[in-house]
Design a protein around this ligand. Structure first.
Ligand code: SAH
Ligand code: SF4
Ligand code: F3S
Length: 495
C-alpha cells in the first residue's frame, strides 16, 4: 500500500464534522474520514468487515486507476475479497476501445445484479472509459438501474465522496465529467504487485487517430508535474518497488501541456521533455528498471534514443504501434507518418540499440483498406520482424471520424486477412523471440509458475519471460538466469 505523507497527515488533522473543504485533495480526505465512520458502523452491525472486489478491463492506465480506487476503498475500511461473489462492493473499471469489450461488461453486470439477491449489502459501481460515452449512460439509466454508482475517467479521485452520497441519500449516483484539466495528487493507491508499479506521467490524448475513441473518453492531454512523478517514484522505491512503468497514451509528447492543481505545491515548476524526465528517473537510487508505454512513432525523438542507449535502467523494449503499413491508410488514420518514415525510424533505433526488442499494434480492416494496402502492412511486418505484435480487427467507434467512412470490403475478406497477418506475425515471432539461448541475463522474478509450483517466472529486460527452478522467496528480486531452452515465446532457464 502506498501511503502519501500529505494524505496521512491531513487525515489525522481534518475535522470531518466541520464544513466540506473546497480544495482537493483535502475534500476527498474529508470524505474518506466520513466514510470510515459509516463503514465501521456497518461492519460492527454485521459482525464482519466489508469487502470489495475490483474488476478491470482495458489498458495499463485502467489497471493503475483501479489501484487508486482500491487504495481509497482500503482507506475507507474495506478489505479485498478474493472473488466478486464474496464482495460487498464491486467496481467495473471499463474499456471501450473496441466494441466487443462493451458487450462483456453488460453481460457481467447482469450477473452481478443476481448476486444482489443473496447479498443485500452488495453495491455495484461502474466507471472507466465506457462510462464516458453518452449512449452507455442512457443504457445504464434505462436497463441497469441496479448499478449504484457510475463515474467516468476524470473523477475517479472522487470515489469516497460519491460513495458518501450514495450511502446517505440512498439514491443512485451518476457523475460524469466531459473533460478536465485538473490533476489530484496525494491520494493512496493499493498496488497489485509489491515490486513493480505503473506511474502515470500524463493523462488524455490529443492525437485523434481517426479510428480511436480514447481522446473522447480520456480528454485532452495533460502532463503531471515532474516533481510529483519523481516524488511518487521515490516513495514507491522506499516501499519496495524495483521496476516502474511510466504510463501515457503518447509518452513522447510528455511536457507539452501541464495539468492544474488545487493544492499549490511549493515545488519547483519546470517544463521538461520525456527524455529529460527519463534521465531524472534514472537517477533515483534503488530503482532498478524503467519501462514506458506507449510511444507514438510520429514524435519519437533522437534525444530519447540517446537516453535509452546510454541508460542502464531503461529496459530493452520499445512498443511502437504501427497500425498500418500503407502510407495511404496511415494518412486516413491521421497517424502523421508514412511507411517509409516508420521503417527509417526502426532502422535508426536498431542501429543505436541493437539488443532492443520491438513490439507493435496493428489494425486490420480500417475502412477502405484494400488488398494492396494490406500487403504493405505484411511487407512492414516481414521487414521489421517484430518480437511480437498485437493484431486487432478494426472496430467502428461511434463519434470517431472513421465511423462515417464507407467500407466496401466484405467482413469475410477482412477476417481472412486478419488470420493471414496473425500467422505471419506468429511465425516471425517464434523465429526472433528466443534468439538469446545460452546467454545469461537479468530477470525480475514476478511469481510462482502457474503450471509448476517448483518453478518461478521472471521477466527479462526485453519483456520476454523465463521460467526456472525457484521459490517464493525470489519474488520481487532481480536474479541472473542462464537461458537454456527456447519454448517459442518464453525460455526455460536456471539461476
Ligand atoms: N495510445 C496508444 C494505444 C491505445 S489503444 C497508441 O497510440 O499506441 C491500443 C491499441 O488499440 C491501438 O494501438 C490500436 O492498435 C488499437 N485500437 C484503437 N482503436 C481501435 C479500433 N477502433 N479498432 C481496432 N483497434 C483499435
Ligand atoms: Fe488513440 Fe491515437 Fe491517442 Fe493512441 S495516439 S490513444 S491510438 S488517438
Ligand atoms: Fe481502453 Fe480506455 Fe485504455 S478505452 S485501452 S481502458 S484508455
Amino acid at each position: 500500500m502506498y501511503y502519501n505523507p500529505y494524505f496521512e497527515e491531513t487525515l489525522q488533522k481534518i475535522d470531518e464534522t466541520g464544513p466540506i473543504p473546497e480544495r482537493e485533495p483535502d475534500r476527498q480526505i474529508y470524505f474518506v474520514k466520513k466514510m470510515r465512520k459509516l463503514v465501521k458502523e456497518k461492519s460492527d452491525q454485521l459482525g464482519r468487515p466489508l469487502t470489495c472486489f475490483p474488476q478491470t478491463f482495458g489498458c495499463q492506465m485502467n489497471a493503475r486507476d483501479s489501484e487508486k480506487l482500491l487504495g481509497i476503498l482500503k482507506e475507507i475500511g474495506y478489505v479485498e475479497a478474493s472473488k466478486e461473489e464474496e464482495a460487498d462492493f464491486v467496481f467495473y473499471n471499463t474499456c471501450t476501445v473496441r466494441e466487443n469489450a462493451n458487450q462483456r461488461v453488460y453481460g457481467r453486470l447482469g450477473y452481478l445484479n443476481r448476486l444482489k439477491r443473496s447479498n443485500p449489502e452488495l453495491q455495484i459501481a461502474m466507471c472507466g472509459c465506457m462510462a464516458q460515452e453518452p449512449s452507455v449512460i442512457e443504457t445504464l439509466k434505462k436497463s441497469y438501474r441496479f448499478v449504484d454508482i457510475v463515474f467516468g475517467t476524470h473523477n475517479i479521485f472522487k470515489l469516497a465522496e460519491l460513495m458518501y452520497r450514495r450511502w446517505t441519500t440512498g439514491e443512485r449516483v451518476i457523475e460524469i465529467w466531459n473533460d478536465t484539466n485538473q490533476i489530484v495528487e496525494e491520494l493512496p493507491a493499493q498496488r497489485k504487485y509489491a515490486f513493480k508499479s505503473g506511474v502515470n506521467i500524463m493523462f488524455g490524448c490529443n492525437n485523434f487517430c481517426s479510428y480511436c475513441i480514447v481522446p473522447y473518453v480520456r480528454g485532452r492531454e495533460r502532463s503531471r508535474n515532474p516533481e510529483d512523478i519523481l516524488q511518487e517514484i521515490r516513495e514507491l522505491v522506499q516501499d519496495g518497488v524495483v521496476e516502474v512503468m511510466l504510463l501515457g497514451q503518447n509518452v513522447n509528447s510528455y511536457g507539452k501541456s501541464y495539468g492544474t492543481y488545487d493544492r499549490e505545491l511549493d515545488k519547483q515548476k519546470r517544463s521538461i521533455s520525456f527524455a529529460e524526465l527519463l534521465r531524472e528517473v534514472e537517477q533515483i537510487e534503488g530503482l532498478e528498471r524503467i519501462r514506458f508505454m506507449t510511444s507514438h512513432p510520429k514524435d519519437l525523438s533522437d534525444e530519447l534514443i540517446e537516453v535509452m542507449k546510454h541508460s542502464s535502467k531503461i529496459c530493452r523494449h520499445l512498443h511502437l504501434p504501427l497500425q498500418s503499413g500503407s502510407s495511404r491508410v496511415l494518412k486516413a488514420m491521421n497517424r502523421h507518418y508514412t511507411k517509409e518514415q516508420y521503417l527509417a525510424l526502426v532502422e535508426k533505433i536498431r542501429r543505436e540499440i541493437p539488443d532492443l526488442s520491438l513490439t507493435t499494434d496493428i489494425i486490420v480492416g480500417f475502412p477502405g483498406e484494400t488488398e494492396e494496402d494490406f500487403e504493405e502492412t505484411m511487407d512492414v511486418v516481414r521487414r521489421v520482424r517484430f518480437d511480437s505484435a498485437f493484431t486487432f480487427l478494426y472496430s467502428k467507434r461511434i463519434g470517431t471520424p472513421a465511423a462515417s467512412m464507407y467500407d466496401p470490403t466484405p467482413p469475410a475478406v477482412i477476417q481472412e486477412r486478419f488470420e493471414r497477418l496473425l500467422r505471419e506475425v506468429q511465425r516471425i515471432s517464434a523465429e526472433v523471440c528466443c534468439k538469446d539461448v545460452g546467454q545469461i541475463q537479468k530477470a525480475l522474478v514476478e511469481g510462482i509458475d502457474e503450471k509448476n509450483p517448483e518453478f518461478v517466472t521472471g521477466r527479462l529486460s526485453n519483456n520476454i519471460m523465463v521460467h526456472f527452478r525457484g521459490d517464493a522467496s525470489l519474488i520481487g528480486k532481480i536474479v541472473e538466469v542462464r537461458l537454456e531452452e527456447s519454448r517459442g515465446f518464453y525460455y526455460i532457464g536456471s539461476v
